[in-house]
Design a protein around this ligand. Sequence first.
Ligand SMILES: Cc1cc2nc3c(=O)[nH]c(=O)nc-3n(C[C@H](O)[C@H](O)[C@H](O)COP(=O)(O)OP(=O)(O)OC[C@H]3O[C@@H](n4cnc5c(N)ncnc54)[C@H](O)[C@@H]3O)c2cc1C
Length: 481
Amino acid sequence: MVSDTPKLLLIDFLIVGGGISGLACAVALRRVGHRVVVVEADASINTENSGGCRMAPNLSKILYHWGLHEKLAPVALQSQAIDLLLYETGEVLGSHVWDEEMLRDARGEFLFGHYGDLRKLLYEAAVDLGVHIRFSARVSSIDPDAGSVTLVSGERLTADVIVGADGTLGMSRQLFDVDEPEPHNINMYSTTIPKAEILKDKALASYLYGQKYRSMFSWFGNGRLSLGFPLGGNKDFALFVYGPNDGRDGDWETEAPIAGMRRILEAAEPRLRKLGALARPPICVPALDYPELEDWVHDSGRMVVIGEAAHPHPPGAIQTCAMAVEDGAVLAKLFSHLRAEDQIPNFLYAFENLRQPRCAAVTKKEFGDIFFMSLPPGEMQEMRDTMMRQKRDAGRSALESSGDAEETQEWTEIKVMFGYDAEDEADNWWQEWGVLRERARGREVPCESFGNMIVVEQQETSPTKATSIESLRARFAGRRF
Ligand SMILES: Cc1cc2nc3c(=O)[nH]c(=O)nc-3n(C[C@H](O)[C@H](O)[C@H](O)COP(=O)(O)OP(=O)(O)OC[C@H]3O[C@@H](n4cnc5c(N)ncnc54)[C@H](O)[C@@H]3O)c2cc1C
């Protein structure tokens, strides 16, 4: 019997920016058969001097689904626990071991790695799939109505869909009529410390590397905080240091004077100060308050923004890379159903509808967490510390409920965040809305999902190897510094 179902329509995507969001999006779109060109301003993927990056289970599960487990394993370390300490004294307020069941349910792993390794992995996956990546190709203007971009060289490139993945400082965001960001009173320094240097100091080494579980360390301070974790490849330790904005206006690619970071660490416990003394030159990124972008799809219906061009995060936040990868995964899942040109704007708006609430909730929580961890002395800070000490002294885990509730709101939020499956969400949209819309237009829709129609063999998903403190934390969600 001859089927009337129209064939899958394969189109040209042009992605501006080869960061995590641009590369992940390129991989995802190629996997479902579309043609993809990435234009990147830098001369290479620039993995030099990269800092730490935390890959939450909602990110790793996508990479596993894309068959990248074997490539990721050598450059990632599995996180097992988190230690919460006071910045000024080093007192351990509590700790929490990630529970196996939660990770199994989330179908991913919580990994630590070098940002540069993740970017390189995505770059290589994109090239293997046949994505055309052009370096030293800075875009000087974008004309979404004409479906074209012009490079500084004067060359003009056209595509069916333009994806703006050029980050917070790129030009895509400017096309969406958004106000300038305002500074928060906080900067983040990111650096790494060679593990070999740490091992020379027995006390420091035994604390950072000698724990029963591989931990991430979170130091809570007065207007300051710090995060430290060992990195994949097992050669470096990553350190993020947040402190008062000293007027520095840096970015991820420009080395900052280490004196600025050490000044913030002057108030810190001795182990943190030692880390500061052993650290490589850092970069410094200010935390900015970006006004939310109301639209992510251009009026032309032919351009969309993704990653930090659409939803900037606080620097060093746990979900930044994850949200960037989820964006690409969702966009590609939607476009795996493309059969007619008039579906293009619908799929772009579906992307916006799916991603905006998710990214807004995540960003709000990230800013809230920074605020919670850097509370100034006072009633709130005392309440936070007292409640954590009570749990600790009762032998309970930091994220365990201290009241009658089975689990804390914080723990529930983490489970929801980690358990989220971006690709499933896109599939659900198709089943609930997309199919209906097509049928209403009198089009045949096949029963099976075309998300399985990939260019390369799809590999098996990797086997997975308050109480009142919550209300206190909730009060800080989205707070300004
Ligand atoms: C070099 C670099 C190093 C980083 N290091 C870390 C780290 O160590 N740890 C961490 O947690 N986060 C790091 N980040 C930030 C992190 O990548 C982002 O916060 C997050 O992954 C979202 O990425 P994105 O792809 O949306 O945007 P970005 O990472 O900002 O990527 C945007 C890309 O677009 C390119 N671009 C901008 N304008 C143009 C133009 N006009 N034409 C063509 N290309 C353009 C940029 O060169 C860049 O490669 C780094 C970012 C960069 C760019």
